[in-house]
Design a binder for this molecule. Structure first.
Ligand SMILES: Cc1cc2nc3c(=O)[nH]c(=O)nc-3n(C[C@H](O)[C@H](O)[C@H](O)COP(=O)(O)OP(=O)(O)OC[C@H]3O[C@@H](n4cnc5c(N)ncnc54)[C@H](O)[C@@H]3O)c2cc1C
Length: 1172
């Protein structure tokens, strides 16, 4: 669920009391915010004064502080509910210091180093090191901070074996301690602090602003990767046996890396390629026998290796995963018996978990370092062995607890065989037994005394597991259970990067769809209890007719019955006080209406009437357009049931059971589409639903499923299924009809569809970049992560980079290529992250609103059982849904405008970078291509723009002015659905056109290869030197590609003569300058043009025919390929060939794409493109 994070800056001025009023206001607003459940405030640190101010503030007010950087900490130390977070992600300084001498250490020889701000992440420090021809090795994850928790807690990585832990390489720290002192800690001053900061753990001794790290030479790196072998028990054992036998020997040779049960990846920066091959021979020999994939390679540097192999994809940080780990000493690798024991422990530890790693990232070869405080167990260890499990967005806290417990127990297998060893505190079991010993070993006592010295008032204490009854570094007070804090860390992420990943929309949609699929396949079931209904369950029940059960939890029934009893007591003669709708009438007629009359008065909408025979009148309207679609009605029933189960509404259990029986037997009331103003709830549609249970009002229903489904009456359908009628007791009919179920259900369904469209928008934009040979620069992380870090914008860019990965169509701008005329893409491509991103944020927030509404009590009056009160309020007013729907609809219009912009760019020969006009597949004079589709696109967009108007500013007074303000939520949601339908049409057109454009582009790429060789051949016998020949070929080929774009509107019969016409001058100019020895007899310009033009025309037509026969753009596309493949193969939409060749109409093909949207078939392939 979305929780807001307020970000502000405390300035020294305010805290020093020079502006007392301002401080008062500030303190008041902070304390008010923090007093609300699970709120946090954040101070963005720009310098020491901000930290001093934050500590002073904490001291004065008693507010707890935490230090937050990237937010990756798996022990939850960088989070805490109701805290003031001191956030250091803003500290981005990176400076290379070729001759660094720690301050005050005049006797120390200068060394190359780099000053690294606390907020710098590996993704930034690695390219920086490359640019300065040095190495600043670190961890794997691009978004962990070398200047923050990584180094402060130890810091392991692939180069650690030779060069030491991150902490070993830290030469100096700048730190503000909790007492407000701004200190320098190095080997000459504040040496106790220097020791503590080198491995003692982040968030404990103060806020580090900058770390100076030793810079290493940038050496080439030998790497080996082995993977893709059959995972049989026999293979795993054989492979692990070899690995265990050689682990120590490899460590001594300088190797570092990681081992998994099915992959091996090691690097070494201190040996030659030949030595590397020799060292790994035992493993490669075996790997060949099982047909494994073996890659052995020399990289220029650690960073080039890291980019290609370790993190070739954007790292999905913030994923909810938990770890447990153990440092495995060399002793465990020594003998056959020990290795067998270790292998068995490994298999036991890894069993049943999502991942196991043997990280050979310990400082074994580097050796001891008495000036660091990380556990000495590191020094003798060959492996940092780790197990990991992921959990889902809806994993309950009980399940999380279980996962953590399982991880902890699995590591017991290692604990048993490694007595006296320890664990890496940055990647440790949250339930680590005897953690002070494990994380710090013999350094612990000294660290505690340093902590007491620099943090005497314990401002920086953090949580510890409740059951760990020890005083020390990770203690003082438990702020909550570890789980709560872990959850905070994962979901309440304050850092820009992690917040993005936590709240990113795309993974949410993927999970939502997986959940819907599991419910549809029967792998999962769903039940309702009033509080935990999820979007996927609602979609599955409403749209895919999945059954749902009522929770069997006894508490659910108890609270429902207690609320019904309350109503009965209120309706008895002599009851104290009154309850609206029980011992009063309703609405403005509150003295006249009777409870049982309510329903009769609600059925006043317009319904279709069956007419017998054909009276030769042809209606202009579809009868079905008068009715609420069945899925909407199903969703409304489910939400009504869910709300009644909350025990605030006073309905008897039997009413809930009967209403549930209707849904379970697929008896779905069919109310009129219009009539609701969504103020006193959606009275009319809910009136039809409530009436379906009585014998007093007959309402139309759908009954049955699939092909057995028919329209009948409520009484008939109930009779057929043996469901008895209900005579509603006091308040009961009111409890059903007063509520937002219909608008909320329609809103949820619309939001689900809008989310898929938001993904489609990102996907089609990437495809448009490919089809137009656009630039991936649009998605450069600097533009988004650093320069303008709006979470939605960052997410679009992350997705864009992934979608374009591997694409040969998308190209960075190349100044030397004259065919790339535009320096930057047009707005329809280049500003897509900024255009779509804000809508992702809106959709994410819309989802939170809808999820709250789904699990709310929305009738009136409602019962507060605990305090025996009935309260008259207005929870049925649907404004929250109405506004969400308005915003979603505006978003859909914006996506539609983007479709139009991209469509026009694709089809216009002035903008489409050499594609044919209107994407004509045949000769342009004989083929109008997608001209009519272009017109249709404009028509759709116009309609969509009209639908983008707001509904909610058309509110009228209603019901004798009683409902003077009314939300119009259902109307707004209905128009959002109209907008979705029109946007489906726009995307059908765009996707069709994109596939066509990509094919044409692929065909042109093939032709360009031939073009180059033909040009080269045309200059063979004219007497040029080899270099002049190559230079002329390149120049003419470059210019020919420019001319190819300029002549795209011509038929192939004349195009190439025209293409070459100005190039003749280029050739002659070149020969005049460079063509020594070329006489006019050898080069006849006219002849050259005529022959080459005719040849090129022939080749072009040949390439085109061959491509139309069996060509495909797949091999040149990025991760967008899955949608292209789906359209071409699954939907059977072939490339349009033009002329008289095509047998099927385009309309039929567009309809198939539209239907894939409408029926959800497109969701899987769209999601597949985003899967990382
Ligand atoms: C996907 C992933 C991959 C990882 N890969 C590696 C790896 O390869 N090698 C490795 O060693 N570790 C790795 N880690 C673990 C990582 O080192 C820890 O999570 C570490 O605590 C992160 O530090 P941070 O500052 O980035 O994060 P945060 O969670 O923001 O901070 C971690 C701790 O440091 C404290 N802290 C942060 N900044 C400061 C500061 N400026 N001053 C004082 N205290 C501070 C925080 O209060 C907290 O206690 C990985 C973690 C993840 C999630």
């Amino acid at each position: 669920m979305y929780r807001s994070v307020l970000v502000f800056r405390v300035t020294t001025k305010e805290v020093n009391g020079k502006d007392a009023q301002l401080l008062d206001r500030l303190v008041f607003s902070i304390l008010t915010t923090l007093s609300r459940p699970r709120r946090s405030l954040v101070v963005n640190v720009r310098g020491p004064a901000d930290v001093q101010a934050a500590f002073a503030f904490a001291e004065q007010t008693g507010v707890r502080v935490i230090i937050k950087n990237s937010g990756h900490d798996s022990l939850g130390r960088s989070s805490g509910p109701n805290t003031l977070a001191i956030r250091t992600t803003t500290l981005k300084n990176l400076t290379y210091i070729p001759e660094f001498v720690p301050e005050g250490c005049n006797h120390v020889a200068p060394r190359p180093a780099a000053a690294v701000g606390a907020g710098v992440i590996f993704q930034e420090s690695y390219p920086f090191a490359e640019a300065h021809n040095i190495s600043l090795p670190g961890g794997a994850c691009p978004t962990v901070s070398p200047g923050g928790g990584y180094t402060l807690g130890g810091g392991h990585g692939m180069m650690v074996n030779n060069y030491g832990l991150g902490a070993d390489r830290a030469l100096q720290f700048k730190i503000v301690t909790p007492t407000g002192e701004f200190l320098t800690a190095n080997e000459c001053q504040n040496t106790d602090l220097w020791f503590a900061l080198r491995g003692g753990g982040g968030g404990t001794f103060g806020v580090v602003l900058e770390t100076v790290q030793l810079a290493l030479p940038r050496n080439p790196v030998q790497m080996i990767q082995i993977q893709d072998f059959d995972n049989t028990d026999e293979n795993t054992r054989a492979y692990m046996k070899i690995v265990l036998e050689h682990t120590k020997e490899w460590a001594l040779q300088g190797w570092g890396g990681f081992v998994q049960l099915n992959e091996f990846q090691y690097i070494n920066a201190i040996i030659s390629p030949e030595e590397a091959i020799e060292a790994m021979k035992p493993l490669t020999d075996w790997a060949q026998t099982v047909d494994a994939t073996i890659i052995q390679k020399t990289h220029d540097s650690y960073v080039t290796y890291w980019q290609e192999f370790l993190f070739p994809v954007d790292n999905p940080t913030g994923l909810p995963f938990a770890v447990a780990s153990r440092l495995i000493p060399a002793d465990n690798f020594e003998t056959d018996e020990k290795r067998e024991e270790l292998l068995n422990a490994t298999l036991e530890a890894a069993a049943g978990h999502d991942a196991w790693f043997g990280f050979a990232t310990t400082p074994f070869k580097y050796g001891a370092n008495k000036n660091t405080s990380a556990t000495p167990a590191w020094r003798n260890a060959l492996w940092h062995a780790i197990v990991e499990d992921f959990w889902n967005f809806d994993t309950t806290s009980g399940q999380q607890q279980q996962i953590l417990q399982n991880l902890s127990s699995s590591i017991d297998a290692y604990r048993k065989i490694t007595p006296g060893s320890g664990a890496y505190l940055n990647e440790a079991d949250i339930n680590e037994p005897n953690f002070s010993e494990s994380f710090w070993g013999s350094n612990y006592d000294r660290l505690v005394s340093i902590k007491d010295k620099y943090d005497p008032n314990h401002l920086l204490d953090c949580w510890r597991p409740r059951n760990a009854n020890q005083a020390g570094l990770m203690e003082k007070e438990s702020w909550g259970t570890p789980l709560e804090l872990l959850w905070e860390n994962i979901c309440h992420c304050d850092s820009d990067i992690v917040r993005l990943h936590c709240r990113a929309m795309c993974p949410d949609i993927q999970k939502e769809w997986n959940e819907i699929s599991s419910l549809r396949s029967g792998a999962k079931t769903t039940s309702i209890d009033g509080f935990t209904l999820s979007m996927p369950a609602l979609i599955a029940v409403a749209r895919y007719c999945i059954p749902t059960a009522i929770s069997e939890d006894a508490g659910v029934k108890e609270r429902v019955e207690a609320s019904a009893d309350f109503v009965v007591r209120m309706s008895e003669p002599g009851a104290k006080g009154s309850m609206y709708g029980v011992n009063t009438g309703v609405g403005a007629s509150d003295r006249t209406a009777l409870q049982r009359v309510i329903l009769k008065n609600l059925t006043s909408g317009i319904l279709p009437i069956e007419t017998a025979g054909n009276d030769n009148y042809l209606s202009s309207h579809h009868d079905s357009s008068l009715l609420l679609p069945e899925s909407w009605s199903r969703g409304a029933m489910l939400l009504r049931l869910n709300t009644l189960l909350r025990g605030h509404s006073g309905c008897r259990w039997i009413v809930i059971e009967r209403l549930h029986a209707l849904l379970a037997n697929n008896i779905i009331p069919s109310p009129p589409l219009r009539q609701s103003i969504s103020a006193s709830g959606d009275l009319a549609p809910l009136g039809y639903i409530a009436s379906a249970l009585t014998d007093e009002v007959v309402v139309p229903v759908w009954s049955g499923k699939g092909t057995d489904r028919k329209r009948t009456t409520s009484i008939e359908a109930r009779k057929a299924h043996g469901i008895e009628s209900i005579i509603y007791g006091p308040k009961e009919a009111l409890a059903i009809v007063n509520g937002t179920g219909p608008s909320c259900a329609v809103g949820a369904l619309a939001l689900h569809d809008a989310n898929i469209l938001a993904l489609t928008a990102q996907l089609t934009t990437a495809m448009a970049i490919e089809a137009l040979n656009g630039s991936p620069e649009t998605y450069d992380p600097f533009i988004h992560d650093i320069a303008r870090p709006h979470p939605g914008q960052i997410e679009v860019a992350v997705n864009g980079r992934h979608l374009l990965k591997g694409s040969t169509f998308a190209r960075m701008h190349d100044e030397s290529d004259p065919a790339q005329k535009l320096r930057q893409d047009r707005y329809g491509l280049r500003t897509a992250p900024q255009w779509i991103g804000p809508h992702l944020e809106e959709l994410t927030s819309a989802r939170a609103t809808i999820e709250i509404e789904m699990n709310s009590t929305t009738d009136n009056p409602i019962i507060d059982l605990e305090n025996e009160r009935n309260l008259g309020g207005g929870n049925f007013q649907g404004t929250s849904i109405a506004l969400v729907m308005e915003k979603v609809r505006i978003g859909l219009q914006h996506l539609g405008k983007l479709v139009h912009a991209q469509f026009v760019e694709l089809t216009s020969p002035h903008m489409n970078r050499g594609l044919p006009p209107d994407l004509a597949a045949w000769e342009p004079s004989l083929d109008f291509g997608v001209k009519t589709m272009d017109v249709a696109t404009a028509a759709y967009l116009s309609e969509l723009s009209f639908l983008g108007n707001t509904v909610t500013n058309h509110v009228q007074n209603a019901e004798q002015h009683n409902q003077a303000v009314n939300s119009l939520a259902l109307i707004s949601a209905r128009y959002t659905f109209h907008a979705i339908q029109v946007l489906y049409m726009l995307y059908s057109n765009l996707i069709w056109a994109l596939c066509q454009a990509l094919d044409l582009r692929a065909m042109i790429s093939i032709f360009f290869k031939r073009l180059e060789s033909e040009i080269k051949a045309s200059f063979v016998n004219i007497g040029l030197s080899e270099s002049a020949h190559a230079a002329l070929t390149k120049h003419i080929y470059d210019q020919a590609r420019v001319r190819f774009g300029e002549t795209s509107q011509m038929d192939s019969s004349t195009r190439f003569t025209e293409l070459l016409r100005p190039l003749v001058t280029d050739v002659l100019d070149f020969l005049a300058k460079e063509g020594e020895g070329v006489s006019s007899t050898k080069f006849d310009a006219l002849e050259w043009r005529t022959t080459l033009a005719s040849q090129l025309g022939k080749i072009y037509r040949e390439v085109r025919s061959q491509y139309y026969e069996n060509g495909s753009a797949e091999g040149m596309m990025g991760n967008t390929v899955h949608l292209y493949r789906y359209v071409r193969k699954d939907l059977g939409v072939p490339i349009r060939k033009g002329g008289d060749i095509d047998t099927e109409g385009v309309d039929v093909q567009l309809s198939r794409i539209y239907r894939a949207f409408e029926r959800g078939g497109i969701i899987e392939p769209v999601l597949k493109c985003f899967k990382q």
